[in-house]
Design a protein around this ligand. Structure first.
Ligand SMILES: Cc1ncc(COP(=O)(O)O)c(C=O)c1O
Length: 395
């Protein structure tokens, strides 16, 4: 049996001496929070995504919560959410007091199924639609936007996996070319990290203002917006907001990581090409997830699907996926499964939020497995994973 000696995880941050120096300099400086590094990091995010505005916050879940509130979601409202995602996407709708209605995905891409999205938009008149750019691939967001406009909904792209991806030719994920807002996450396994961190991007000045207010308790010090002024100390809370601030320490790391981002993205794509060549070239029993035409994935994850045999039941397929998962663990690889569809989460079932037709999500989930994908992987690491998958499938 192949052995490597040290675990190769599915994802891992890449921190170098420049990153450490940037954080150290921040710690020696005047600002630990609410200083200039936050604006510098936001400017870097605007540059990467092409969006006009970025609002950096404490984590991606806070970004989703604020985007839901800025979209005006509240009790009595419905939002459509892709069923295969990290639970935070659907949870944010619930934090706002609204009801998430889950939408099936296409099994071969894991992205939202546009036919079902349109049917559910017609049936529910949603106030927002949350397409998820899962694994780093982006759905046809122009089509999502057309469906949303017909029902008066806002589009909020969950771009936690897709920083750097392009779709429909030249549009950038989180650019908001076909969405009202997009959210990002800077958790360590993501494309760039601040430890914990997140952001919302938008091209809409009014939404930007709302998001800035919501991030800091609904407080403003802007003289133009104050009802009165009693002196230089004076501020007002004009709406109910939160403390979802990110620190300058985190943003110093984010700025340094943003400089390295083009290299990270290029390396992820090179790793994906090497995997693709191995898995597409041979019928070894797994198939790479399909990237939609016109999309260049950012490859947060590299997912393969165990190929179902003729007439194989979903439970038999899931059992073979589990066997592959465990066999890779035995070979010092730490794969992962992204994700149990939201409609199968016990809390969603218990709260009556799991209704719908999810044949695509269930088929995707039964066979999917995320292989190691992070910039510091060497070509030898990739070849090791391919050899381990091949050996495991022959067991
Ligand atoms: C698709 C997706 N959306 C949202 C989030 C939430 O981000 P965070 O962990 O920064 O709160 C994640 C995090 O893993 C995610 O994968």
């Amino acid at each position: 049996m192949l052995k490597r000696g040290a675990l190769l995880p599915y994802g891992r941050q890449s921190i170098d001496d420049d990153d450490i120096a940037a954080v150290t300099a921040q710690l020696r400086g005047d600002w630990l929070t609410q200083g200039p590094a936050v604006a510098q990091f936001e400017a870097a995010l605007c540059e990467i995504t092409g969006a006009r505005f970025a609002v950096a916050v404490a984590n991606g879940t806070a970004a989703l919560h604020l985007a839901a509130l800025a979209a005006g979601l509240g009790p009595g409202d419905v939002a459509l959410v892709a069923d295969v995602t990290f639970v935070a996407t659907a949870n944010a709708v619930r934090y706002a007091g609204a009801t998430p209605v889950l939408v099936d995905v296409d099994a071969d891409t894991s992205l939202v199924n546009l036919d079902q999205l349109e049917r559910l938009a017609n049936a529910h008149a949603p106030k927002a639609i949350f397409p998820v750019s899962l694994t780093g691939s982006v759905a046809d967001l122009a089509a999502v936007q057309r469906i949303a406009r017909a029902s008066g909904a806002m589009v909020i792209e969950d771009a936690a996996h897709s920083l750097g991806a392009t779709y429909s030719g030249a549009h950038r994920s989180a650019s908001c070319a076909h969405s009202d807002m997009a959210i990002l996450s800077f958790h360590p396994v993501k494309h760039l990290t601040t430890g914990e961190g997140g952001a919302i991007t938008t091209n809409d000045a009014a939404l930007y203002q709302k998001l800035c207010d919501l991030r800091t308790h609904g407080i403003t010090k802007d003289p133009a917006r104050l009802g009165q002024s009693e002196g230089p100390w004076y501020y007002e809370q004009q709406s109910l907001g939160f403390n979802y601030r990110i620190t300058d320490i985190q943003c110093a790391l984010g700025v340094s990581q943003a400089r390295r981002f083009p290299g990270f993205l290029a390396r992820r794509r090179a790793i994906a090409s090497r995997y693709d060549a191995a898995f597409r070239g041979e019928a070894i029993g797994v198939r790479p997830l399909r990237v939609p035409g016109g999309c260049s994935s950012a490859y947060h994850l590299y997912v393969v699907s165990v190929v179902a045999r003729d007439g194989e039941s979903q439970s038999a397929l899931a059992a073979r996926r589990k066997a592959l998962f465990l066999a890779l663990r035995d070979r010092d690889i730490g794969p992962q499964v992204h994700y149990l569809p939201v409609h199968r989460q016990p809390d969603y079932v218990r709260n009556g939020l799991s209704a719908g037709e999810f044949s695509g999500a269930d088929a995707y989930y039964a066979g999917c497995i995320s292989l190691p994908m992070f910039p510091a992987m060497t070509d030898d690491d990739v070849d090791y994973v391919v050899a381990a998958v091949r050996e495991a499938l022959q067991e």
